[in-house]
Design a protein around this ligand. Structure first.
Ligand SMILES: [Mn+2]
Length: 403
């Protein structure tokens, strides 16, 4: 009996030692030492604070720490989530102003087991400092003002110095230099929309660091329509109704924000005013992959087409949730059937591994139209998990002297 007791004490000590070691290891790897993820939960008796469960506490993206980045100039990060709750540029169903809070709610389980991405073989949460900066204050009463607020908020974060240094090239070991036109190393921002109009101010901000940028755009619609084709507006000009979620790329192209010829749409399946819409889209600088091409090219063929178009140029990624079929993501402003499955879009995004994605957004999530099972907000969060993985694996740098 005594022997048994002694043995069990020994086993318990060994287990405790193992537990401590494991714990230290996680702390070492995790730059966010001040955050406890649910999988690190400790229990009364361990002399530790118990981490919140994934269904409790204040909701941030993936339960990341909330950083008051917009007002705290010293707040630093490698990737910041930023909400842009704007939906007064919508043509059909409104409600994307609730997108940021909906996506956050849909993202709660992302870090339950620690956030390791199996197919990408990476854990973005351990490689980089990732925070949720909350939402840009956006007025719902004045679109021109709101657009300016979004640009200012994004720019404020984009021009911070990232937490982690660029490091060295993984192949040659040579130090990397920044890709940005201003020669500086910038953090990456993932914006939670909001309707798609927000991409005009986001690209204006991106322009301040990178100049004209290549764009990968997943959407069932072109979003390059001239205001007259899309329906026009009494108050002409870019401050009025002529800027909306179907025309922002037209204006971005007019302003020279998009790199012509190395930008591409994916998942297009909208009806058109006529074939001239595609000519107009060509003029805005985009190539196109239609949704139905997945039946002929497959996921790999689509990935190849995107990579061929963009090359190793810095690229901005804009994801309209309506690129996914409404069977998987019904809660959106202008749903179109015949889209890609969540699995297909996630695989395509993983296929962007190695591209220099400078920042990204997901837009048009309007949670009021979602199912009780939170299908759409969960899909949006999971798609962003793939974006995080791809970003974490590829620093925004190049070897000096190389183009
Ligand atoms: Mn769109």
């Amino acid at each position: 009996m005594q022997l048994l007791l002694a043995l069990s004490v020994l086993v318990a000590r060994a287990l405790a030692a193992h537990h401590d070691h494991h714990h230290d290891e996680l702390e070492d790897q995790m730059p966010l030492g001040y955050v406890k993820f649910p999988y690190q939960a400790t229990y009364p008796g361990d002399n530790e604070v118990t981490a919140d469960s994934i269904f409790s506490g204040i909701t941030t993206f993936a339960r990341l720490p909330w950083s008051q980045c917009l007002t705290d100039k010293n707040a630093d990060f490698d990737i910041a989530f930023l909400g842009a709750p704007f939906d007064t540029g919508t043509s059909y169903r409104p409600g994307a102003r609730f997108g940021p809070s909906g996506i956050r709610a849909g993202s709660r389980r992302l870090t339950l087991y620690g956030g390791y991405n199996v197919p990408l073989e990476t854990n973005p949460f351990k490689l980089l400092k990732i925070v949720d900066c909350g939402d840009v204050p956006v007025t719902p009463y004045d679109n021109a003002r709101a657009i300016q607020q979004i640009e200012d908020g994004h720019k404020e974060l984009l021009h911070r110095t990232p937490t982690s240094a660029l490091g060295n090239d993984s192949l040659t070991g040579e130090p990397l230099v920044p890709l940005a036109l201003d020669g500086k190393h910038h953090p990456r921002i993932i914006t939670l929309g909001g309707d798609h109009t927000i991409v005009l101010p986001l690209l204006r901000s991106i322009n301040s660091a990178y100049g004209a940028i290549s764009v990968i755009h997943f959407d069932s619609h072109l979003d390059t329509w001239k205001p007259s084709v899309f329906g026009g507006s009494d108050s002409q000009g870019i401050g009025g109704g002529a800027l909306n979620h179907g025309t922002y790329f037209y204006w971005a192209s007019q302003e020279g924000l998009i790199k012509n010829g190395s930008s591409i749409h994916g998942a297009i399946r909208t009806t058109l005013s006529g074939p001239a819409d595609y000519e107009n889209d060509d003029n805005a600088g985009f190539k196109r992959i239609e949704a139905r091409e997945i039946d002929t090219l497959g996921v790999d063929g689509i990935i190849a087409k995107i990579r061929e178009t963009v090359g190793d140029k810095p690229v901005y990624l804009s994801i309209d949730i309506d690129s996914i079929d409404p069977a998987f993501a019904p809660a959106t402003g202008t749903p179109e059937t015949g889209g890609w499955s969540t699995r297909e879009l996630r695989a395509i995004i993983r296929g962007l591994d190695g591209l220099h994605i400078v920042s990204a957004d997901i837009v048009e999530v309007a949670p009021a139209y979602d199912t009780n099972a939170e299908l759409t907000t969960m899909a949006a969060a999971d798609v962003l998990f793939e974006v995080l993985g791809v970003m974490a694996k590829t620093p925004l740098g190049k070897v000096a002297g190389k183009a």
